[in-house]
Design a protein around this ligand. Structure first.
Ligand code: SAM
Length: 268
């Protein structure tokens, strides 16, 4: 059977040829893309040398326009709900229990987080994000769903050293559509430190934009990695990473890796 993702995985979106073909197929997207590209150039110049500062500025600008679009690319409530549901159903399907202690890296405005908060015992959800603007929206989501008594933690961060969090604490760590916006040094920093806060037997799931051609980026915002690069990075930090094949079957354009201290039985 042919791989339904073959064309997506073989596309190099940074190539001029791809951009021209894409523009011819989607002429209405040309002007918004040019607008985004000029904002990108300005923000990259302004925050030269710091991807986090640059991306925080992207999030501030996107959040001011639409919090739903800031975390998902399209200003649609239905899509916001559906992608959150997909993340939630997946983890519950993989055994997420109310007693789990969860860290969500890049929690955004709690698209999936509000469902995790509802499911988990009070105080068991910890969301971190580089963007104060989106965390203010996250607080509004807590209010909208009446989750105050679940006492979620919502914390802005400047890096992914996780130095303020305790050893061996989190049984589930989750990052959805975060490394798809991260250069390799940010992922490296996360993988260098995540093992310390991950409980024995726990796991860290993250999605990434996968390519099977050359690794590349589009503007400063979207990064495409080969799976082997990320698996090797996890190994460098003493962790084991596996592609989650059941995630590939879901209607989401990214792939998912599960990282743990050792190979997890459930994956055998
Ligand atoms: C596309 S949104 C996804 C948000 C959420 N995970 C979801 O699925 O709705 C990416 C989020 O990751 C955050 N982010 C990006 N880079 C980050 C980093 N290095 N550390 C923490 N958060 C980051 C952004 O501010 C943004 O809120």
């Amino acid at each position: 059977m042919s791989n339904p993702h073959a064309s997506r995985l073989a596309t190099n979106r940074s190539r001029l040829g791809h951009k021209v073909r894409y523009a011819l197929r989607h002429p209405r997207r040309v002007v918004p893309y040019l607008r985004r590209a000029s904002r990108d150039t300005w923000l990259r110049l302004r925050h030269r040398g710091s991807h986090v500062a640059y991306y925080r500025a992207v999030m501030a600008s996107d959040t001011a326009r639409s919090p739903e679009a800031a975390v998902g690319g399209v200003p649609s409530r239905e899509r916001w709900l559906a992608i959150g549901q997909m993340q939630y159903d997946y983890l519950v399907g993989h055994g997420l229990k109310p007693q789990d202690r969860m860290l969500e890296i890049g929690c955004g405005n709690l698209r999936a987080g509000w469902r995790f908060i509802e499911h988990l015992e009070p105080g068991h959800y910890y969301g971190i994000d580089i963007s104060p603007d989106i965390l203010i929206e996250a607080k509004k989501t807590v209010v909208r769903y009446g989750l105050q008594e679940k006492l979620p933690h919502l914390t802005p961060v400047d890096d992914l050293t996780l130095d303020f969090l305790p050893d061996s604490w989190f049984t589930v760590i989750h990052a959805h559509s975060v490394f798809s916006h991260s250069p390799l040094e940010v992922i490296d920093e996360c993988l260098a430190h995540v093992g310390r806060v991950l409980a024995p037997g726990g796991f860290f799931d993250f999605t990434y934009d996968r390519t099977e051609t050359n690794e590349h980026q589009v503007l400063g915002e979207d990064f495409y990695y080969r799976t082997q690069t990320l698996v090797a990075l996890a190994e460098k930090h003493g962790l084991v990473a596996h592609v989650m094949d059941d995630w590939e079957r879901l209607p989401h354009g990214q792939s998912k890796l599960r990282v743990a201290h050792t190979r997890l039985n459930a994956l055998d």
